[in-house]
Design a protein around this ligand. Structure first.
Ligand code: SF4
Length: 385
């Protein structure tokens, strides 16, 4: 998750990966739907308020199925239970950590699974959500990158991670939501765009846009699309290197885009939205952690006015890189600050439950069962986004 995972820029075309199509007449995953789509699915005979009533049950009242929506007409609940799906995912495993971090393994209807992590900060909670099963970006230090891309999530599957988190938090939405779990969010753009709309909408989950952060390795065109959504979401770009040769070695999609173009897009985002951009920088021992590299990084990013998060690497078994030692991390921070860049060292959370992205899923037993799963999966198509 988080900066221990991604950040880069895609070469040009963003391929969302295989996405199952929704056939006409297929069940509707309600968590990814707008009131208008739900109204169409309900049909002309239902009153106008019915769609929002159904969505309030999905997003605010914890309904797992149409049967739970007890103030709906009994006939409607019985007849439509099979084609209006309040949840298409289920919790396969729940791993609490000593520091109160809770990692959820979320099972999808086709047998795949992703991770969502609830991270405490005082009395506030941040939810880290996944946007893809695996990831095709192949960042050198990332557990998820070793899996490759299996498929992208639907908007409903992304939103349902927040609904599972609400269940964990006794019906309260998490205070902040970060797209830093498995996958590259901007490589799954249509579903991400729809998920942001639903998560933010008053008829949806109702999480403030300024409390949501999209973390990306950085596709310039998609960053500009994000800036024009009309939502004041935050942007975090995983940079990890002060020059293109090193960044391409760490984050292969950097090849063909480059740091300059990426930072130009970040500047456009900042100017258009007024939101300060965050740069993520995972420190790898002997690779990108010298004071000279800190000074060169500062030269490139100072004028952007971005905030830099320094992230000690979470070691991944089988991968070559190791975490920088604490003294080196401190020296890197001092050099960045001396060069005029605001930065902080991000505290590691949930290490005892393997909260680095992809690690819980990699550890999960294959074939784990989906108890209470609502049935065959019929995700919504991208075109709805
Ligand atoms: S491989 Fe994917 S999930 Fe991992 S850090 Fe890179 S973009 Fe993020």
């Amino acid at each position: 998750m988080g900066g221990r995972r991604c950040d880069v820029d895609l070469p040009i075309a963003v391929n969302p990966g295989p996405q199952p199509a929704l056939a006409r007449g297929s069940p509707l995953p309600l968590a990814g739907a707008t009131p208008e789509e739900v109204a169409v699915a309900l049909g002309d005979r239902e009153p106008r308020y019915r769609a929002r009533q159904v969505l309030a049950w999905v997003h605010k009242r914890g309904a797992k199925s149409l049967a739970d929506m007890t103030d709906l007409p009994k006939l409607l609940r019985e007849r439509r239970a099979g084609d209006l799906l309040a949840r298409t995912t289920a919790i396969l495993a729940r791993h609490p950590s000593d520091d109160r971090t809770v990692k959820l393994l979320v099972g999808l209807a086709d047998g795949e699974s992703v991770e969502a992590v609830l991270i405490p900060e005082g009395d506030r909670w941040t939810l880290c959500v996944s946007t893809q099963v695996g990831c095709g970006m192949a960042c050198r230090f990332c557990a998820t990158g070793t899996m490759g891309l299996r498929r992208s999530l639907t908007a409903a599957e992304i939103v349902e991670q927040a609904l599972h988190a609400r269940d964990e938090l006794a019906g309260e939405s998490p205070d902040n939501l970060v797209f830093m779990g498995m996958g590259e969010p901007l490589a799954n753009w249509p579903a991400l765009r729809r998920a942001l709309e639903v998560l933010n909408a008053p008829w949806g989950t109702g999480i403030g846009a300024r409390r949501m952060t999209v973390s990306t390795i950085g596709f310039p065109e998609r960053i500009r699309d994000l800036a024009t959504l009309g939502l004041e979401v935050n942007l975090a770009i995983s940079l990890h290197a002060p020059d293109d040769d090193l960044r391409t070695a760490l984050v292969p999609p950097n090849k063909g885009v480059g740091i300059r173009e990426l930072l130009d897009a970040a500047r456009d985002f900042h100017e258009r939205t007024g939101r300060r951009v965050t740069l993520e920088y995972v420190l790898l021992a002997g690779v990108n952690d010298s004071p000279d590299q800190a000074r060169r990084l500062a030269e490139r990013v100072r004028s952007l006015g971005a905030f830099v998060n320094l992230i000690p690497m979470n070691p991944v078994a089988g991968l070559p890189d190791r975490a920088s030692d604490p003294a080196t991390v401190q020296a890197f921070r001092r050099a960045l600050r001396a060069a005029g860049v605001e930065c902080e060292i991000r505290r590691q959370r949930g290490d005892d439950i393997a909260a680095a992205c992809g690690q819980l899923r990699l550890a999960a037993a294959p074939g784990a069962s989906l108890d209470g799963f609502p049935g065959e999966r019929r995700p919504e198509p991208d075109s709805r986004g």
